[in-house]
Every structure is written in structure tokens, then in C-alpha cells.
Design a protein around this ligand. Structure first.
Ligand code: LLP
Length: 383
């Protein structure tokens, strides 16, 4: 159909032999294809209307991945001092290369950020009204709640009346007064409405809301349109039209000239660059379902359990073999939610086969746990 976008063969088909050699005997392994990361980082960074891109490193903080992204000219967006410290340990960064966007963080983190001189986003009035002494002479960005919830699941919508993020548009005058009273200068407005957005108009809409709000401020020179750039879940699903995003941003810039535009994507740079490898442990046929058990599960990749997210799953050992029917791919964790994929077509599959879970480079390893005292999947990167 016209909604479909032709996409290239995924890198992991080309690199199948290397991946089969890397597949661990036990547990799981995340493998990242650095050329894919670099290509994505460059694609975003070269959007003509984006003046500065920061990578939301919460998506994947692997040092090789961070280095590839920085080498493409993209800064780092951090949401905790832990992320700021990790970025500074791994990379050679100037303070201006770091954007710190905490939510309900303790006072000490703001103090540390201001000491370092990184870009700082304030996402409520409390820091300004309760700790005004921190902000005397500081330049700050205010996070706005644009009341436009977006995203692939309720859990990842970060705007609207129920959201804990940002300052409501009608509270902006109070935020401005609090910033002025503290002696801070508001130089930017920010909004991130949600994650996994594939409509290219989205960032224009957010930008227009921010530009209108900026008219109330004297010194706002930058608008940060957030991240949220989605990737397709199924192999035949529509990919985000990045050129379409650029068209929309161009129109935004025309309608609201004079602002620098920033973006802070996470998923888009890394999701498709990563796969999770794990081996088949056991097969079970029960009540008409073929269960294919693998050596790691929701302790390594919680997205299917948490969001009902769909990840393509293939038997890498038998890639291209004819399907032998449907199967449910399950991990070894003692929870019924430990289901990586339900009703998937798989070939005849045996103990020891290598299974590949695709599009696992974002919010995979970083969200893993030691639940059941099972070590989550490790990571490696391919140059
Ligand atoms: N900026 C801010 C302020 C954010 O809160 C986020 C993500 C991003 C940027 C990057 O969003 P991205 O471009 O990656 O969509 N664990 C969920 C996603 C949670 C996103 C949280 N915030 C998932 O696995 O889908």
C-alpha cells in the first residue's frame, strides 16, 4: 500500500555469520551495529532546520554507541547526574554539549549541573520558588506541558493533564515571574510530548505551541522540540519519514523565525541498530500452543511485558527456512508476562538454535534487571 515505505534489508541479515559466532551459550547478548548508529545520528544531525541535536542517552548508554553518536556531532541529553557523569567519563565533552533535563530530581543535582555549566531544563516551579539562590545569573530552559499526549503506549505519553512532566501553558506566567525573582534568564522553551511518534507533523505542532508561548518572554532564543521519533515495530510497518519532518520544521521556522531549533531523539538513533541474541532452551507443546523457550526474557528486555511492544523475532540459525507454524517465544522468568512474542511464525526450532530479537537497541539493556537472580544480557558493539 501507499502507507508502506520500502526499507533496506536489516544489517543483521548481512552480518548473520558474525552474530551466530557471538551468540552466548547462556543468557543473552545485545549486539549493536555501529555503522547503523552513525548513519542515524548523521541523518538527524544533518536536518537543515535543526540547529542542535542532543541524544537522549537513556535509550542506550553503551560507551561505543555514545562515542559513535558524539563523533557524528550530536550532543548528550541526560536525565540524571548519573547519566551526566557517565557521559563525561566516556566522552570528551564541553559543558555546552550536555543538556540536563531532570524530572523531580533532588536539589543537589541542580547544584551540580549549575556548577558544571551544562544546559539546564527546569520542569516545574519548585526549583525556582524554593531554591532561588541557585539560579541567580543562570540561563535556563523551561519545560512546557503542551497538553498534546503522544506515543506508542500510555506509559510513554509525557504531556496532557495527567502527566508529571513540564509546566502547564497557563502556569508559564508564574514560572516567568519565579525565574525573574530568582535572577534567572529564560533562554529556551522545551516540550517532549511522548515517545514513538511517526507523524511528521508532530514536531511542527509542538514547535508552534512553544513559539507562541515564547512571545511572553524577552530572552527565549531556542525551542527544544523534544525527542519521540519512532521506529517501525513490524517489518512491514511504516517508517518515520525524516524528510517529512524536515519539511514540517522548515515551515515552522518560516512561521516562527528567529529561534534556534533543538531536538533530543533517543530511540531513533539506536533502536534498529541493536539486536538481542539468545539460545533456545526447551520446547513445549501445551493446549495447542508451541512454546519456544529462550535463555533470557523480561529481565533483559521488558518492553513486551511493560508496553505490549512488538519486536520481530527470527530463528537466526535457520533464517529463511519455511515456517512450521506459530509459536510463542518465552523466557525463563517466573512471570506469565515473560513473553517476548506471541503467535509468531517460526520454522521447526530446536534446543540450541540462536534466536534474534530485533529493534532492541533502544530501552533494552538500560531497562534490564536481575529479577530471579538471572544476569541480564550483556552488550557488545560491532564496528
Ligand atoms: N526527551 C525527553 C525529555 C524524554 O523524556 C525522552 C524519553 C526523550 C527525549 C527520548 O525519547 P525517544 O526519542 O527515545 O522516544 N522506555 C520507553 C520509552 C520511554 C521514553 C522516556 N523519555 C520505551 O521503551 O518505549
Amino acid at each position: 500500500s501507499g502507507a508502506r515505505t520500502e526499507r533496506a534489508r536489516p544489517w543483521w541479515q548481512e552480518r548473520r555469520k558474525e552474530l551466530l559466532d557471538l551468540a552466548p551459550k547462556t543468557g543473552g547478548l545485545y549486539v549493536y551495529d555501529l555503522p547503523t548508529v552513525t548513519a542515524r545520528a548523521k541523518a538527524v544531525n544533518s536536518l537543515a532546520s535543526i540547529d542542535r541535536a542532543f541524544y537522549a542517552m537513556k535509550a542506550n548508554a553503551n560507551p561505543h554507541v555514545l562515542k559513535a553518536i558524539q563523533a557524528a556531532g550530536v550532543g548528550m541529553e541526560c536525565v540524571s547526574m548519573g547519566e551526566v557523569e557517565h557521559a563525561r567519563e566516556v566522552l570528551d565533552l564541553a559543558p555546552g554539549d550536555i543538556l540536563f533535563t531532570p524530572n523531580f530530581a533532588p536539589r543537589e543535582e541542580y547544584e551540580a549541573a549549575l556548577r558544571l555549566g551544562v544546559h539546564l531544563t527546569i520542569d516545574g516551579l519548585h526549583p525556582l520558588t524554593e531554591w532561588p539562590e541557585l539560579f541567580d545569573g543562570a540561563e535556563i530552559i523551561l519545560r512546557v506541558n503542551p497538553d498534546r499526549p503522544r506515543g506508542h503506549h500510555a506509559h510513554v505519553k509525557t504531556a496532557g493533564p495527567k502527566a508529571k512532566f513540564g509546566i502547564a501553558l497557563d502556569a508559564l506566567p508564574a514560572a516567568k515571574a519565579a525565574a525573574e525573582a530568582a535572577g534567572a534568564r529564560v533562554v529556551g522553551l522545551h516540550a517532549h510530548a511522548g515517545s514513538g511518534v511517526t507523524e511528521p507533523e508532530h514536531w511542527r505542532e509542538i514547535g508552534a505551541i512553544l513559539a507562541e508561548a515564547a512571545a511572553r518572554f524577552e530572552h527565549v532564543r531556542l525551542l527544544n522540540l523534544g525527542g519521540g521519533l519512532g521506529v517501525p515495530e513490524a517489518p512491514d510497518a511504516k517508517a518515520l519519514d525524516l524528510a517529512g519532518v524536515e519539511q514540517n520544521l522548515k515551515a515552522l521556522k518560516k512561521g516562527a523565525p528567529g529561534f534556534e531549533l533543538w531536538m533530543e531523539p533517543g530511540r531513533y538513533l539506536v533502536a534498529e541498530a541493536g539486536v538481542l541474541l539468545t539460545r533456545v532452551t526447551q520446547i513445549k507443546h501445551s493446549f495447542g500452543t508451541r512454546f519456544v523457550g529462550v535463555a533470557t526474557g523480561m529481565n533483559s528486555l521488558i518492553r513486551p511485558a511493560l508496553y505490549g511492544a512488538r519486536h520481530e523475532i527470527v530463528n537466526l540459525s535457520r533464517l529463511g527456512e519455511a515456517p512450521a507454524g506459530l509459536a510463542s517465544i518465552v523466557g525463563p522468568i517466573c512471570e506469565s508476562a515473560d513473553l517476548l512474542g506471541a503467535e509468531r511464525l517460526l520454522p521447526e526450532t530446536e534446543e540450541g538454535d540462536v534466536m534474534l530479537i530485533a529493534t532492541a537497541g533502544a530501552y533494552g539493556r538500560v531497562m534490564s534487571s536481575f529479577y530471579n537472580r538471572r544476569e541480564p544480557a550483556g552488550e557488545t558493539a560491532l564496528a
